[in-house]
Design a protein around this ligand. Sequence first.
Ligand SMILES: [Zn+2]
Ligand SMILES: [Zn+2]
Length: 322
Amino acid sequence: MSPHVCEYMESCTHNCYGYEMKITQSICPRCGSSSDNGNLCNTCLVQETEWVTCDPRIILIRCQSCGSIKHQSSWSDELCDREDIEYKSAVSAVHLHADLAFPKIEIQLERNSENRTFAHLKVCGMLYGIPVEKEYTTELLWQSEACDRCRRLHGNYYEGIIQIRAEGRRATYEEEERSREIALLVEQELQESGDRLSFITKIDEGREGLDIVVGSQTLGEQISRTLTKRLGGRYSMHPTLVGEKEGKKLYRDLQKTGIEVLYDDRKGKSAGEKFADCDLIGIPIRLVISEKTLKQNCVELKKRSEKKTKLIKIPNIKRILN
Ligand SMILES: [Zn+2]
Ligand SMILES: [Zn+2]
C-alpha cells in the first residue's frame, strides 16, 4: 500500500491532509503484498520456482591403460588433466532455469580418494530481479574400463596385414627400418587426428620380411600409399585374408559391435584345456566354433550358469549376446 501525495494538496477539500489511499491495487494471493494483476509477487514466484537442480553423482570413466575418457558411449583421448575434466563435469551436473539471469557457478574440488572427488558448488544469479543462491555437493566417481582401442589391442585385433616384400629378394634392413618408421608415423598422424582405432597391432619380423599388422583398413591403406610414395614399388590389396579362420572373423565381428570377447587361439592347447581355463577365469558365455558346427553355419554356445550347450546360427549371435 503505497501512500501517494494528494494532487490537490494545496487546495485539498476532502480532508486527506495531503495523503490518499490508493483504492484499486493488486495483491499477491500468497503473501498479500502488492503485485501486478494479482499474480504471485516476485518474492513468492522465486520461492515457487525450481531455478536450479544438481545431479548428486556423476560417473566418470577412464581407461586405466591409456587414460582416454568415455563420453556417453564414445571414447576420446583427452589432453586435459583430471582436474579440468572434474571441473567440466561438475558444471554439467548443474541444470539452470531459463529465467535465471547472470548465472554464476563457483566450484571447489575436494579430492577424497584416488577415484572420488567431491565438487562443492555455489550457484547464484538473478531471478525475477531477486538475487538467488544455492549450494550443492556433487560426487564425482571415477571408474575404470578398458577403452575400445585397448580392448582391441589386447585382443590382438587386426583388420589387415601389410607385408613388406622386395621382388626376388628379401628387403634390406634399411628398407625394413624405413618402412617401420613410416608406418609408425602414419599411425601417429591418424591417432592425433582422432582416428582412435587406427593403430598398429604389432610389427612382426617374419622369415620372408616385415609384417605390419593394422587395426583398421584406413591405416593399412594410408601406410601402403605412403610407403610406395616414399620408397617406390607398388601395393595391392587383398580384401580377404588368405587362410582366415572363421573363428577370427567372428571374433572381429563381435569386437566391432562392442561385445567384449576373449579369443583363445593358443596353439598346442587342447579344447579341454581351453574349456578348463575358460571356467577358471569365469567367462560368462563360451562360444565354440569347429568344422562340425561350421557345416551348419553355427557355433556352440554354453552359458556358465547352464550345463547344456546349444547350437546357434552365426547371424543370430549378436542378437543373442546383446
Ligand atoms: Zn507474495
Ligand atoms: Zn585405452
